[in-house]
Design a protein around this ligand. Structure first.
Ligand SMILES: [Fe+2]
Length: 302
């Protein structure tokens, strides 16, 4: 039976309700028995060359987007200000009109204004204790806020108005959520601990990272089952990795260009109808690992 967003009680985050209703945790445990995450490679990559993407033009579009709508710095908890060394602009927006369409998913603004002690943060992320810590400290894991990941399902005007970016959004077989342009502006060096975090469980979202402008110094670090590992995503490819493990984007030195990625989130085991805003469990639940969905079921044939 499909579940419509309008049927989900107001006090629940959309994904919490779906996780419970579709027994996603049980499906995940069934998958892990025959396809454990530990045996998966650090990342999977997908070659985009057959799609004839004009990266020069798309980077020009990104410059135009920032000149028209402004680069949005990340709302970093406890800092009282937007972080100008990392940010971007949203490609999907929340149906809650109180959130700014450009930046609703670029950090939680309420958390930015509150007191927040970062000294224990990295240890908390590694031990998974940060979710409880966030809940206790911020008490903002409410419907329609930054934390309501599945509510960010409406493509922003950027996806319609900019031709090359629009073209990228048509490559996907699946609807995307919580998606953005992610930029490290020129001249900034970022350490891995600055952005250290975990994202949603993989049965809720797997991500596709599409670098637009980058080089070898721009990396992603992941705390894997075998310790810390890095990789440098390259233009012309899309990537996914286990974003539930602690990770961060960082640079080994300040770049003399703006590093731009596109980041898209996809639901592996629930299909979503944009028309009636409803979710339904699909045939991959408990059977297909999200990395395999990325490899075989995410991009349309060129
Ligand atoms: Fe992440």
């Amino acid at each position: 039976m499909p579940i419509r967003i309008s049927d989900i009680p107001d006090e629940c985050l959309i994904h919490d309700h779906l996780q419970e209703s579709f027994s996603l945790t049980e499906h995940w445990e069934a998958l892990q028995k025959h396809d454990p995450d530990e045996l998966r490679p650090l990342y999977s990559s997908y070659n985009l060359s057959s799609f004839q993407i004009n990266f020069e033009e798309i980077n020009r579009e990104v410059e135009e987007i920032y000149s028209r709508f402004e680069f949005q710095g990340w709302a970093k908890p406890g800092t009282q200000k937007y972080d100008r060394s990392y940010g971007g602009i949203a490609l999907t927006q929340n149906h809650n009109q109180q959130l700014d369409w450009k930046r609703g998913l670029l950090g939680h603004e309420e958390a930015m204004k509150k007191k927040f002690n970062f000294s224990k943060w990295k240890n908390l992320v590694n031990s998974k204790g940060h979710f409880q810590f966030l809940k206790n400290t911020l008490q903002e894991k409410r419907r329609g806020t930054y934390y309501d990941s599945y509510s960010f399902h409406i493509p922003t005007k950027i996806c319609d108005e900019f031709r090359e970016i629009h073209k990228i959004t048509t490559l996907f077989k699946r609807p995307f959520f919580r998606s953005r342009i992610a930029t490290i502006p020129k001249g900034h060096k970022i350490e891995p601990q600055e952005g250290w975090h975990r994202d949603e469980r993989l049965f809720l979202f797997y991500r596709a990272i599409i670098p637009l402008q980058t080089n070898e110094n721009c990396k992603i670090q992941v705390e894997t089952h075998e310790g810390k590992k890095d990789f440098s995503p390259q233009v012309g490819m899309a990537y996914t990795f286990n974003t539930r493990l602690p990770h961060a984007a960082f640079t080994t030195e300040a770049c003399n260009f703006d590093r731009h990625y596109l980041v898209f989130c996809f639901s592996p085991w629930m299909d979503f109808s944009r028309e009636d805003q409803s979710f339904q469990l699909n045939e991959h639940a408990g059977k297909t690992h999200p990395f395999d969905l990325f490899n075989f079921h995410t991009f349309n044939a060129a």
